[in-house]
Design a protein around this ligand. Structure first.
Ligand SMILES: Nc1ncnc2c1ncn2[C@@H]1O[C@H](COP(=O)(O)OP(=O)(O)O)[C@@H](O)[C@H]1O
Ligand SMILES: [Mg+2]
Length: 240
C-alpha cells in the first residue's frame, strides 16, 4: 500500500476519524505514515482543523495542509469567497507524491464527498486519485440513506477509472436500528467492494490507547486490524 485516498458519501461521515484510525495502526506496526489534507474549509487560521484531530487521535503523525479557507463551503466556493487561490488536483497530487517519497503510506483526506470541486475548472478528489493511480476508500454512514449515497460514490468512482478499495462505516451507533443492522450486509454490495471496517461512534473522547485499540478492533487486516466483516454482520443481525 502506498497512497490511499479517503473520500466519503458526504461531509461529517467520519473521514477524519477513519483516516486517524488507519494512521494509528500504520504507526503501531512501524510504518511511516503521513496525512495530507489538500484543502481545509470552515476553519480560521489559528483553529485546529482535521489534521489536528488526526494528531490528537493517532499521535505524532506528519501532516500537511495545502490551503485553509475560513468559510464552511466546498473548497471551490470557499476559495472564491476568500479571494485566495484554489488548490488544484495537480497541487494535491504533487504534494501526495512528495510525501510518498519519504513515507511508506500517505493518506489523502478529501473535503466532503467525491465530486466536491476544488476549483472552477471542475477538479475534484477523483482527479487527485486518478493522477496518483491511488485506490479510493469510501467512508459511509451506518443508517437509512447510506446505500444510495455509497452506490452513487462507488459507481462514479469506477466510471472515472478509480479502484474502490472498500467501504468503512465511520460511526456505528451503540444502539443500531433496523436499517443500520441491515446495511452491514448491503453496503459492500452497494459499494461493489468489501466492508473494510466499522468504527464505533464513541471515539470522540477516546484516549490515544483506547483509540488504537478500537482501530485494531474496527479495521480490517488490510490495515493491520482484526475486523472480520462476516463476524460483525452475524452479530449485527443477531442483535434484533
Ligand atoms: N467514530 C466516531 N466516534 C466519535 N465521533 C465521531 C466518529 N465519527 C465521526 N465522529 C464525529 O463526527 C463529526 C464528523 O466526523 P469527521 O471524522 O470529522 O467527518 P468528516 O471528516 O467526514 O467530515 C466530528 O465531530 C467527529 O468527531
Ligand atoms: Mg474531515
Amino acid at each position: 500500500m502506498t497512497v490511499l485516498v479517503i473520500s466519503g458519501t458526504g461531509t461529517g461521515v467520519g473521514k477524519t476519524v477513519v483516516t486517524a484510525a488507519i494512521a494509528a495502526l500504520a504507526r503501531e506496526r512501524g510504518d511511516s505514515v503521513a496525512v495530507l489534507k489538500p484543502a481545509q474549509t470552515g476553519v480560521a487560521p489559528e483553529e485546529p482543523g482535521d489534521l489536528a484531530e488526526v494528531r490528537r487521535l493517532a499521535g505524532a503523525v506528519p501532516t500537511r495542509e495545502l490551503r485553509r479557507y475560513p468559510d464552511p463551503l466546498s473548497p471551490e466556493a470557499a476559495a472564491r469567497n476568500s479571494g485566495l487561490p484554489p488548490v488544484t488536483p495537480s497541487d494535491a497530487a504533487r504534494a501526495a507524491a512528495e510525501l510518498h517519497s519519504s513515507h511508506d503510506l500517505v493518506l489523502v483526506e478529501g473535503a466532503g464527498g467525491l465530486l466536491v470541486r476544488f476549483d472552477s475548472s471542475g477538479g475534484t478528489l477523483a482527479d487527485v486519485a486518478w493522477s496518483l493511480g491511488a485506490p479510493l476508500l469510501i467512508v459511509a454512514q451506518a443508517g437509512l440513506g447510506t446505500l444510495n449515497a455509497t452506490a452513487l460514490t462507488a459507481e462514479v468512482a469506477t466510471r472515472r477509472g478509480l479502484n474502490v478499495l472498500g467501504v468503512v462505516i465511520g460511526s456505528w451507533p451503540a444502539g443500531p436500528d433496523l436499517a443500520a443492522r441491515s446495511n452491514v450486509a448491503d453496503l459492500p454490495v452497494a459499494a461493489g467492494a468489501p466492508l473494510l471496517g466499522v468504527l464505533p461512534e464513541r471515539l470522540g473522547h477516546a484516549s490515544r490507547d483506547e483509540f488504537l485499540e478500537e482501530a485494531r478492533r474496527g479495521l480490517s487486516p488490510w490495515f493491520g486490524g482484526q475486523f472480520d466483516p462476516d463476524c460483525f454482520a452475524g452479530s449485527a443481525s443477531a442483535s434484533t
